[in-house]
Design a protein around this ligand. Structure first.
Ligand code: IPM
Ligand code: MG
Length: 353
């Protein structure tokens, strides 16, 4: 298993360090794991002038999977757009054709009180957001800011081809078929033609999955339903921008964005695995960040790219035991509850592994 590790910026290096300890433990138990490190985001800009340098592209192209920390920081916000760290993330997704972004939102029973919603609304929550990741308004052309009639106008293009919609729909239907056979497709077809096509194509693809019950929801209603009654959902499939927004919202149902892993897959299950949270520059270097989302991203990597379900479960079980034991980083600690640091959380996961 050749894994490219891109720790990135902010809390990235600290949380990745804990995930690497988990990989080292599996390696010590006989798994054949090879790690190679590279730069992405702000640290890559500092070293090479580019957020996704060619050497990094070579490294990740030759790897089976990529483990990524996080990118970005306030010191980069004034750089020209092509040099911003976020561009590195978008570039690697596009370059590796990672069109299928899986973002599970699972509420661990021990964390029911960390959610901002009432425990009875979120208890037992287990939903999967399937977000299209290489199309939509994120990549559509034309785009820009220009002068028109004496004033600046900004514009972007929301665009999806039927091939792009159908391949992400297949991923979502297959995910739903393995879960509770319920798929909700989210669009804005009452206003946007692009998403009318989205709905039409999803309906066409649904004919191949008679066992899955398909429903449709407009994105504004979906945002509301996610906080009103999130347990009505099993799998949600949506475009790049709506998925960006809804997945942050869903993460909060689970108590902390610090708990949620993600997988971004290509057609062959080569994947990039990263926590869905950002680089959190305000807490970087303080040994307080929650490494669990990154550690759980390793579990997803073992499951989806390497087909090692047993090892994936071993990690997930270790995380669960740590939570049962009452150990919390500050983002998931209840008021007054003692919090432990990043390293100590890594220690605890290793001890249960
Ligand atoms: C995410 C992030 C990224 C996105 C940013 C950092 C470019 O918010 O992975 O959700 O918008 O996709
Ligand atoms: Mg986001």
């Amino acid at each position: 298993m050749k894994i490219a590790v891109l720790a990135g910026d902010g809390i990235g290096p600290e949380i990745i360090a804990q995930a690497i300890r988990v990989l080292d433990a599996l390696k010590a138990d006989g798994m054949s794991i090879e790690l190679e490190h590279g730069l992405i985001g702000g640290c890559a800009v500092d070293a090479t002038g580019e957020p996704y340098p060619e050497v990094t592209h070579q490294l990740v192209s030759n790897a089976d999977a990529v483990l990524l920390g996080s990118v970005g920081g306030p010191q980069y916000d004034t750089l020209p757009r092509p040099q911003r760290p976020e561009r590195g993330l978008l570039a690697i997704r596009k370059a590796l054709n990672l069109f299928a972004n899986l973002r599970p939102a699972i509420l661990y029973p021990e964390l029911a009180n960390a959610s901002s919603l009432k425990p009875e609304v979120v208890a037992g929550l287990d939903i999967m957001i399937v977000r299209e990741l290489t199309g939509d308004i994120y990549f559509g052309e034309p785009r820009g800011i220009e002068q028109r009639d004496g004033q600046r106008v900004g514009f972007n293009t929301m665009i999806y081809s039927e091939a792009e919609i159908s391949r992400i729909a297949h991923v979502a239907f297959q995910a739903a078929a393995k879960r509770n056979q319920k798929l909700c497709s989210v669009d804005k077809m009452n206003v946007l033609e692009c998403t009318q096509l989205w709905r039409d194509v999803v309906i066409e693809v649904s004919k191949e999955y008679p066992q899955v019950t398909l429903s449709h929801m407009l994105v504004d209603n979906a945002a509301m339903q996610l906080v009103r009654d999130p347990k009505q959902f099993d799998v949600i499939v949506t475009g790049n921008m709506f998925g960006d927004i809804l997945s942050d919202e869903a993460s909060m149902l689970t108590g902390s964005i610090g708990m949620l892993p993600s997988a971004s897959l290509d057609q062959n299950n080569k994947g990039l695995y990263e926590p869905i949270h950002g680089s959190a520059p305000d807490i970087a270097g303080k040994d307080i960040a929650n490494p669990l989302a990154t550690i759980l991203s390793v579990a997803m990597m073992l499951r989806y790219t390497f087909d090692q379900e047993e090892a994936a479960l071993r990690i997930e079980t270790a995380v669960q035991k740590v939570l049962q034991q009452g150990l919390r980083t500050s983002d998931i600690a209840a008021p007054g509850e003692q919090a432990i640091g990043t390293q100590a959380m890594g220690d605890a996961v290793l001890s249960h592994l």
